[in-house]
Structure formats: structure tokens, C-alpha cells
Design a protein around this ligand. Structure first.
Ligand code: BGC
Length: 728
């Protein structure tokens, strides 16, 4: 046949859904119009542990997800939890989100989101499963280290830049766990009830900011139940609040195995069902994702007319929108992995996160003067990126505190473990025999006697029942006999610096005897250099606590009303249930209102320099609707080192028709000041900052009357008060 006779036909026009210049909604509608019912249903459930379906016939790719939130998790097998043993999936371990919150610096959040986003992009992920903004309600929650502390304002301000920068890489944030997953005990079944005030004032605001201000493209439903219904298909949470009140246009993804009912999942706003096992939670029966609630059973319900196909159209739209924003964004960058820039970012965030809790002057330790240093404690060498559950990371490098201290203070730095803990087991702990623990303790105490300074690096770790997913801590005190070790060390050598690593508060019965205490966090790859630089003074500490350290667990609100409040009580027919009787009084709101001093209050953190708070000025004495109040306060570095101070602004309502906390955080500024330098911290107070949630009227209300602006270096160290009034 002659070539000229071949007919190629007219070249088809690019369909709208493939035209990246077309508006995204037009692309979504076009794609939807070309899909069969079966194809739409397939978009709504997993095809592998970390992937959900696309539409291969139309060239619409599948979605690839990864934990999250502290780095990109190692590749996991298609349908079991074993690691796939790839050799190209080692990453930067970034500091835990608790550490990020402790920086009180939204710039650090932006840096975090950008850098972790580049890694996710390079690893070809479309969705990063994080960040988490569940509120720190009890220090026993095994997962607090993955969240951003006890205050909704702080968590909300910190989560937004993370999301925005992450998503610039064409990688969706999946904000988790929506909502009220504030403990791991009974996490998949506990039924939480709480007042609307606590819901709106404490537990939702950070999620709302993530969605409305951060523009998160996806959100993960929590495992637990609220008002009797699982969060992953909770009508009030997902339909009324997330979609209707906040206008969320992204994708709702279950936590793994978080769906429990096809009808509810169909009707109540869930889009993608992911899972651990085919029956949702417990055991692996056979390899069939088709058995998921939103797979064959859903298709059958639609075909029988038991639920309308408008439900699947709505879900498919949300999934397609997510795919267009991520996997099908042809202009997204390429990303990068474990680069020097990423290590520098991790170091910078870590540096700014470490909190100097107490210092009688022993710190910083000058490397020129201190050669005979003993380091004690397992966390000086332990790989803390391992364990902890889904946030575990396969880090390319971890620079340990011991190595970094030897680099800073010389090879002569000696080491004694002092105690030992077992392997990282998910839901249990390997117990080390007491005689071994006794001999390790004695060895460390003996060595301490001849040291110039002892640096103790203990705390918690990522074992089950510590800072670890799927179980809560069993005690508030430090585990593995650490209180005794610290007591004996300081008796043997008064020059003891305690530099603990944890994602949670703990008791410090030895506090009065110890001259200096540093709170460090799970800082990932650069944990050692950040800690060594703070200890040596190369970095001036500038973190402040994102949660209170109660003296005793009984001093925490959630632990003040018996088991019904935490961890809940088991009801033979209905499963465990829980009432948040602490209500809106979470963290410092509880300590303040009940006049129970914390061991270290929310917002506390010292520096190697000193800051003076001057006299504040206010733009007016009164604020009316639509107006703002500008408050300025000069802060001076009166010491001889450059330092950073976090200036906090709280609002106190003098009288209100409903009970309110004594004060609430409504602003913060982190200033960098050279010795002798003065800068103004400037804040804008709006009428919204004066509001509480009126549950009867279901609206935020500011009541005319007298208020105060309190400016402090912590929630209890109030340096200045500015009275003002509000009238409509
Ligand atoms: C966790 C999620 C995580 C998911 C996937 C669940 O057990 O609660 O936070 O993203 O597993 O690993």
C-alpha cells in the first residue's frame, strides 16, 4: 500500500481534563463525565498499603502516599507492613513536630514544609501523611511528639506555613487526625463526648486554619468515635463542619483501617478508604482491596439504589481534584533528597527548638575549659528515628549527641549508658533484667565522681508505652529507673546537666538538686549537633515549651475527673467511652484557672542572655467592631550574647456570661536581638481575638466589657498588662 493512502484521521483535540491550562473544576467535570460507575468507585479505596487507584484507561495516575510527618517513610511492601528493602529511600529525618512547635517561629514551619516537601516530591509521593495538629491534652498520650502542643492558636499558626510550602512541591498535606484523637489507648474505638465549646475553642481551630488558611488538599479522619460515630465517616465532623462550615474542597482520607461501615462512609463525606487489613482493622484475610467498605460493597449499594450515585460523584470529584493538584501537575518541581540544604534546615529548626528549662549558671559549657566530661544516658547514642509507629524513618544519617559532644569537647568525653532499654517493639516493651540495670547505674555513678561535668541525656524513647503510636505511657515519671539514676548522679557530682529528649512532659522529682535542665526533642538527623551547640553555647537556646509540664499527673485537667475523663471507661455493649470533663480548660488554661502551678509552664524557656521588657503602648483604649488595636512593646537584650526572645500576647476577659480561661494566647513574636539592641514586638489585636464560642447560639461571640492584653515571656511570667475595653 502506498504511504499516501494511509489515513491518520483528524488529530484528536486534547480532552479538557488533560489540558492543564483549563480551570481545575472543568477538568474534574470532564474526567468525571468519561468515567464508568466502576471506575468512580475504584477511586475511593486503596490498591496497596500506601496507594489508591487512578483511572488507567484515561491516563489518570494512581495516588502515592507516605508517612509523614517528620520525613518520608521508607518504602513499604505492596500489601504488608514489611519494609520493601529499597536502597534509594533513605531520607533526612526532620525534627518532630513538637520540636517545630517549640521554635514558636512560623518561618521554621515554612522551611520545614519546603524541605520535607522536596524530599516527598523526589520520592514521587503525591500525599504526605501529616502534619498532625491534635491537641496535647494529657502527657500520657503516646503520640504527642507528632503534634504541636496544647494551644490551638500556636498549633494553628505553626501548621499553616508548613502546609503552604509543602504543597508548592505538588505534594498534598494530609492533616491528621481529624479529630479528637488525643490518646492512643483504645484509639480505634473510644467514643469521645465533649461540649461544643471545647470542640470549637480547643480541638478544631488548628484544623480549621490548616484547611482555610493553609489550603490543605487532604485531611485524615481519626480512628476514634465522636458522639457514637467513627470520625472517618462522622456526619457532623465531615459534612457539617469540614465541608459546610469551612468549605473544604480537598479529599478526606481514612486513617488506616478507620472505616467501619459502607452506608456511613458513602453518605458522610469520606473520599478514600485506606487500610491495614481488608476488614478494616484486625486481621488479614485475603489479598483483596475489593472487600473494603468503599469498594465492592459500595458499588453494590449504588447498583441496588440503596445510596445515590451522587455520593460517588462527589467523592470522585474530590479524588480527581487531588490527583490534578498533585500527580497530574506537570509543572511541579523535581524535588531533592538528603541534601546539605535539608540537613541545614533540620539543624536550624532543631537549634531553635531546644528549651533551656533551668540554668543556675553552669551552662553553657565552654569547650576550652571543659575537657573531663562524662555523658550518661541511652539517648546519647540511641537511634531515635526508629520505632514510634508510622512516623519511623529510614534516615540516611543520624548524628548522635555523643558523637557531636565528642566533636565539640574532644575525644576525651567519656560515656556510660546508665540504663538500657529493650528493642523498639510496637505495642510492648522488652524488659531488661534489674541486675543489668543496677550494674549500669553503679558504673555511671562511679564514673561521675571523677568527672568535671556530667551531661545526662535520657528521657523517653520510641518504644511501646513511651513516645509511640498505638499505646499510651503507663507512668508520668521517667521510666527505667531514671529518677534514681539522676538522684545518684547529682549526689556523686553536683555539676550535672540534665538534657533530656522526649515528646512529652514528665515528672522531675530531682529538679531542685540539679543545676541545669535542657529539654530536647526528637530532632532527627541533626539531633547531636543541635544539642551539642546549645550545650556549648555556640547556639543560644531560644525554644519555649509548647505544652505545660505539670508537677504531678494529677495536676493535669484530663486527669482530674477520674477514668471517665481519661482514658475512658469500657461499656460492655458499646465499647470504651470518654467524656472530656476538663472541657475548655486544657493545659495552661487548667493550671491558670484552677491555680495549680505547673512545674514548667506553657511558653517557658530561658536563654544565655537576658531580655528586658519595656513599657507597652496601645493605639487605643477601646476597640469596636471592625477595628483593631495595635500593641507595641520594646524588648532589649541586656546581656552580652545575641539571642532570640519569644514575646507572647495573651487576652484576658474580665467578665463573661460563660466561664472562660484566665487568659488565652492570641499572638507571639520571635525577635532576634544583638547585645544591647532594642526592638519593638508589635501585635494587632482584633475583635475576633476577644471571642468565645457560644454553644447555644452556635457562634463566636465577643461581649462588650473590659479586657486585658497580657504580654509575657511565658504563660506565667507576665511582664506587662494593657487594659482596654470592647464595645460594639
Ligand atoms: C496512623 C497514621 C498513619 C497511617 C499510615 C496509622 O496507623 O495513625 O497516622 O499515617 O497509619 O501509616
Amino acid at each position: 500500500m502506498a504511504l499516501a493512502a494511509i489515513s491518520f484521521g483528524a488529530i484528536a483535540k486534547t480532552p479538557v481534563y488533560l489540558d492543564r491550562t483549563a480551570p481545575i473544576e472543568a477538568r474534574v467535570e470532564d474526567a468525571l463525565s468519561r468515567m464508568t460507575l466502576e471506575e468512580k468507585v475504584r477511586l475511593c479505596h486503596a490498591q496497596a498499603k500506601f496507594s489508591s487507584h487512578g483511572v488507567p484507561r484515561l491516563g489518570i495516575p494512581e495516588i502515592w502516599m507516605s508517612d509523614g510527618p517528620h520525613g518520608v517513610r521508607g518504602e513499604v511492601n505492596w500489601n504488608d507492613w514489611g519494609y520493601a528493602r529499597w536502597t534509594n529511600d533513605s531520607v533526612t529525618a526532620f525534627p518532630a513536630l513538637t520540636a517545630l512547635a517549640a521554635t514558636w517561629n512560623p518561618e521554621m514551619s515554612a522551611i520545614y514544609g519546603k524541605n520535607v516537601g522536596e524530599e516527598a516530591r523526589f520520592r514521587e509521593k503525591d500525599v504526605l501523611l501529616g502534619p498532625g495538629v491534635n491537641i496535647y491534652r494529657t502527657p500520657l498520650n503516646g503520640r504527642n511528639f507528632e503534634y504541636m502542643g496544647e494551644d490551638p492558636y500556636l498549633a494553628g499558626e505553626m501548621v499553616v506555613p508548613y502546609i503552604k510550602e509543602l504543597q508548592k512541591n505538588g505534594v498534598a498535606a494530609c492533616v491528621k487526625h481529624f479529630a479528637l484523637n488525643n490518646q492512643e489507648k483504645w484509639r480505634s474505638s473510644v467514643d469521645v463526648s465533649l461540649s461544643d465549646r471545647a470542640l470549637y475553642e480547643i480541638y478544631l481551630p488548628a484544623f480549621k486554619k490548616a484547611v482555610v488558611d493553609g489550603g490543605a488538599w487532604s485531611i485524615m479522619g481519626a480512628y476514634n468515635r465522636i458522639w457514637g460515630q467513627h470520625c472517618c465517616h462522622n456526619e457532623r465532623l465531615l459534612t457539617d463542619i469540614l465541608r459546610d462550615e469551612w468549605g473544604f474542597d480537598g479529599c478526606v482520607i481514612t486513617d488506616w483501617g478507620g472505616a467501619h461501615d459502607t452506608r456511613e462512609a458513602a453518605l458522610n463525606g469520606l473520599d478514600i478508604e485506606m487500610g491495614s487489613y481488608t476488614n478494616g482493622l484486625t486481621s488479614e484475610s485475603e489479598f483483596t482491596f475489593d472487600d473494603y467498605f468503599l469498594a465492592r460493597p459500595y458499588l453494590a449499594m449504588i447498583q441496588k439504589g440503596e445510596v445515590s450515585d451522587s455520593t460517588v460523584n462527589a467523592k470522585a470529584r474530590n479524588v480527581l481534584r487531588l490527583i490534578f493538584r498533585t500527580a497530574m501537575d506537570t509543572e511541579k518541581p523535581f524535588g531533592s533528597l538528603a541534601s546539605k540544604e535539608h540537613y541545614d534546615a533540620a539543624k536550624q529548626i532543631g537549634d531553635e527548638s531546644i528549651v533551656l528549662l533551668k540554668n543556675n549558671g553552669i551552662l553553657p559549657l565552654d569547650p576550652a575549659k571543659h575537657k573531663n566530661i562524662l555523658v550518661v544516658g541511652e539517648n546519647a547514642t540511641r537511634m531515635l528515628n526508629q520505632g514510634g509507629g508510622s512516623s519511623e524513618l529510614k534516615a540516611k544519617d543520624i548524628y548522635s549527641p555523643l558523637d557531636a559532644l565528642r566533636k565539640t569537647f574532644g575525644k576525651g568525653v567519656r560515656y556510660a549508658a546508665g540504663y538500657k532499654t529493650g528493642r523498639s517493639l510496637y505495642e510492648s516493651e522488652e524488659i531488661i533484667p534489674q541486675p543489668i540495670l543496677d550494674s549500669l547505674r553503679r558504673e555511671a555513678v562511679e564514673m561521675a565522681k571523677t568527672a568535671d561535668v556530667v551531661i545526662y541525656i535520657g528521657g523517653l524513647n520510641k518504644n511501646g508505652f513511651q513516645d509511640c503510636e498505638s499505646s499510651d505511657r503507663r507512668e508520668y515519671n521517667l521510666p527505667w529507673g531514671q529518677d534514681r539514676i539522676i538522684e545518684e548522679l547529682v549526689a556523686a557530682n553536683p555539676n550535672l546537666v540534665v538534657a533530656n529528649i522526649s515528646g512529652n512532659a514528665y515528672a522531675m522529682p530531682w529538679l531542685d538538686k540539679v543545676p541545669a535542665v535542657i529539654q530536647s526533642w526528637y530532632l532527627g538527623t541533626m539531633i547531636g549537633p543541635s544539642m551539642a551547640d546549645v550545650i556549648s553555647g555556640k547556639v543560644n537556646p531560644s525554644g519555649k515549651l509548647p505544652f505545660s509540664f505539670p508537677k504531678r499527673i494529677e495536676d493535669n485537667g484530663a486527669h482530674s475527673f477520674g477514668e471517665i475523663c481519661y482514658p475512658g471507661v469500657e461499656d460492655a455493649s458499646k465499647g470504651p467511652r470518654q467524656e472530656y470533663l476538663d472541657d475548655i480548660f486544657v493545659g495552661y488554661r487548667w493550671h491558670d484557672t484552677k491555680k495549680i502551678p505547673a512545674l514548667f509552664p506553657f511558653g517557658h524557656g530561658l536563654s544565655y542572655t537576658k531580655f528586658n521588657y519595656g513599657k507597652p503602648t496601645a493605639s487605643a483604649k477601646q476597640i469596636k467592631d471592625g477595628e483593631t488595636l495595635t500593641i507595641e512593646i520594646p524588648i532589649t537584650n541586656t546581656g552580652d550574647k545575641e539571642g532570640k526572645e519569644i514575646v507572647q500576647l495573651y487576652i484576658s476577659d474580665e467578665k463573661s456570661s460563660l466561664p472562660r480561661p484566665v487568659k488565652e494566647l492570641k499572638g507571639f513574636k520571635k525577635l532576634t536581638l544583638a547585645p544591647g539592641q532594642t526592638q519593638n514586638a508589635s501585635f494587632t489585636v482584633t475583635v475576633d481575638d476577644l471571642k468565645f464560642f457560644d454553644d447555644k447560639a452556635h457562634e463566636w461571640v465577643a461581649e462588650p466589657g473590659k479586657f486585658k492584653v497580657l504580654i509575657g515571656a511565658s504563660s506565667t511570667d507576665i511582664k506587662a498588662t494593657v487594659p482596654f475595653s470592647y464595645s460594639k
